[in-house]
Design a protein around this ligand. Structure first.
Ligand code: AMP
Length: 266
């Protein structure tokens, strides 16, 4: 990669855990537009899973993924085995402040430490100029920004919009675990987010918006809400009416599958 960069070529990097869908492919399309050489990694990172069952059942359709990457015009695939990324038990911690403990951090303790470990390693192996991440994992984008800033990493993060199914469900590798019933119930998440945005535009108070959304989701059978919050888009603390940027973020279990989604409201 260093040789390519020395020759004036820009390297774009799209880290993934595989089971590729249109969301991942949209990141690759962005990378193709903005850089000269596109590297994608597929690595199901054990250190970011808080539930061993979730890790075990994570889909790994590598042949289909390779075909999709070839079709999408990805130049290089990095698909290392676990022991190439982790020599043994690693117990290092990067303190990026409270953002890692909010929202997802509260429900998945240690998750973002695992994310930072692997992304830091991937950045140092691949050495990209630009790295493409999805807004789908909004808090992850904020965490990686912190990682880049605190360690002065020579890479720029590009956040790409959420790709959705025609009925509004945010694309996710975990959607294949949804039964037909779950799949229907899961639509309540994007419905609640869109309603929240419309209510905000109509001047409904923030607290009422959150309560209405929670009520809507709790009424949907088979669905267990973990959080629905309107957060300040920079700090992820509760938004106030004069927050410059506001994001509605939701996490819920639908059947046995945990889903997250969000919408930028302001
Ligand atoms: P994952 O394989 O789930 O770790 O995701 C790899 C990258 O794809 C992350 O930056 C995600 O935010 C992004 N991504 C996942 N789902 C979507 C989606 N529906 N739209 C856009 N990006 C996504």
């Amino acid at each position: 990669m260093q040789q390519l960069q020395a020759a004036g070529q820009k390297v774009g990097f799209v880290p993934t855990m595989g089971a590729l869908h249109q969301g991942h492919l949209s990141l690759i399309a962005q990378a193709r537009q903005q850089t000269d050489v596109v590297v994608c990694s597929i690595f199901v990172n054990p250190t970011q899973f808080t539930d061993p069952k979730d890790l075990e059942k994570y889909p790994r359709p590598i042949e289909a993924d390779i075909a999709k990457l070839e079709q999408a015009g990805c130049d290089v695939l990095f698909n290392p085995p676990v022991n190439e990324m982790y020599a043994g038990h690693e117990n290092w911690h990067l303190n990026i402040g409270e953002i890692e403990h909010l929202l997802e951090g509260e429900f998945r303790p240690g998750h973002y430490q695992g994310v930072m470990q692997v992304v830091n390693k991937l950045f140092s192996i691949i050495n990209p100029n630009l790295a493409f991440f999805g807004q789908k994992d909004y808090q992850q984008v904020m965490v990686i920004e912190q990682l880049i800033n605190r360690l002065n990493l020579p890479v720029k993060l590009v956040m790409c919009p959420i790709e959705r199914e025609p009925d509004g469900l945010a694309m996710s590798s975990r959607n294949i675990h949804l039964t037909a019933d779950d799949r229907r119930h899961a639509l309540v998440l994007s419905r609640a987010l869109n309603k929240a945005k419309a209510e905000w535009q109509a001047g409904v108070p923030l607290l009422s918006i959150e309560q209405n959304a929670a009520e809507l989701i709790n009424l949907e059978s088979g669905t267990r809400l973990e959080y629905f919050v309107l957060a300040n888009g920079q700090t992820l603390h509760a938004a106030t009416p004069d927050s410059q940027s506001i994001v509605a973020l939701v996490a819920a279990r639908v059947g046995n599958t945990r889903l997250i989604d969000n919408v930028i409201i302001r």
